[in-house]
Design a protein around this ligand. Structure first.
Ligand SMILES: NC(=O)c1ccc[n+]([C@@H]2O[C@H](COP(=O)([O-])OP(=O)(O)OC[C@H]3O[C@@H](n4cnc5c(N)ncnc54)[C@H](O)[C@@H]3O)[C@@H](O)[C@H]2O)c1
Length: 217
């Protein structure tokens, strides 16, 4: 097993956010047969300073060699394990509508270590269907399946007004982390991990920058 740093708790969030990009870059180099990569090469790809790359990778056991750089295979192996992508965690998805279905079709989640075991909905025309081999159950079956399957993460893709009810259900049945795709801000006990993801916030930032540039012209 690849060893990784025990300092995982202390890794800053911006570093964690960059790590999947380091991994994707290294995987690409590996496919092309490149054995070593310098911090400058990684930094150019990421558009950041090489010292930042060195600092980020120092949170892992990856060590660079003078004049040669980092071993590409080591970056792939260590980062996959470090980020938890080499271990498969199970999730339930609630809300098998437009966005929920898209996530169920995303093979990237599996690649990065997340297996969606089952989906839940309240719409009779969706319940009983399989979306990319994942069965959609009525939300009332959440409790039984949560007890049966070892699921630690819940993905919420219901309309915003139903997000809190779904979050409460997830917490009640032992879900430890919630990936909330709705614009609603859910309230959960302190020990539950919540990550909010919204395309629309990113769009707002793009628009804001676009319009700012126009204002400055
Ligand atoms: N994070 C993002 O970038 C992003 C992008 C698009 C949409 N969204 C958000 O994702 C959510 C879903 O959007 P959509 O376009 O897929 O909507 P949708 O209407 O296509 O799908 C919502 C699904 O949730 C189901 N549902 C409603 N209440 C439920 C409940 N209590 N329990 C179980 N299932 C329930 C509906 O039957 C439906 O199938 C919305 O909150 C939307 O704002 C987020």
């Amino acid at each position: 097993m690849v060893q990784y740093s025990k300092k995982i708790q202390a890794v800053p969030e911006p570093t964690i956010r960059r790590m999947p990009s380091y991994l994707a870059f290294a995987e690409g180099l590996l496919r092309k047969g490149q054995q070593f990569v310098s911090s400058t090469q990684i930094a150019n790809y990421m558009n950041i300073d090489p010292t930042q790359v060195t600092k980020d990778l120092s949170y892992t056991t990856i060590v660079g060699k003078t004049r040669v750089g980092y071993e590409v295979k080591a970056i792939v192996d260590v980062l996959s394990e470090f980020l938890g992508f080499s271990v498969m965690d199970n999730a339930f998805l609630v809300g098998a509508g437009s966005l929920g279905s898209a996530l169920l079709h995303d093979s990237g989640l599996n690649h990065f270590g997340l297996k969606i075991e089952a989906a839940f909905d309240i719409n009779p025309s969706t319940i009983g269907r399989k979306i990319n081999d994942v069965e959609v159950f009525h939300i009332d079956q959440f409790r039984d399946l949560a007890q049966e399957l070892n699921v630690i993460m819940g993905i919420i893709t219901v309309p915003a007004e139903n997000a809190q009810t779904v979050a409460d259900l997830m917490v009640a049945w032992g879900i430890k982390a919630i990936w909330n795709f709705t614009p609603a801000r859910i309230k959960v006990p302190d020990d539950i991990i919540v990550q909010n993801t919204t395309l629309y916030s990113n769009l707002a930032i793009i628009f804001n920058k676009l319009h700012q540039d126009k204002r400055e012209e």
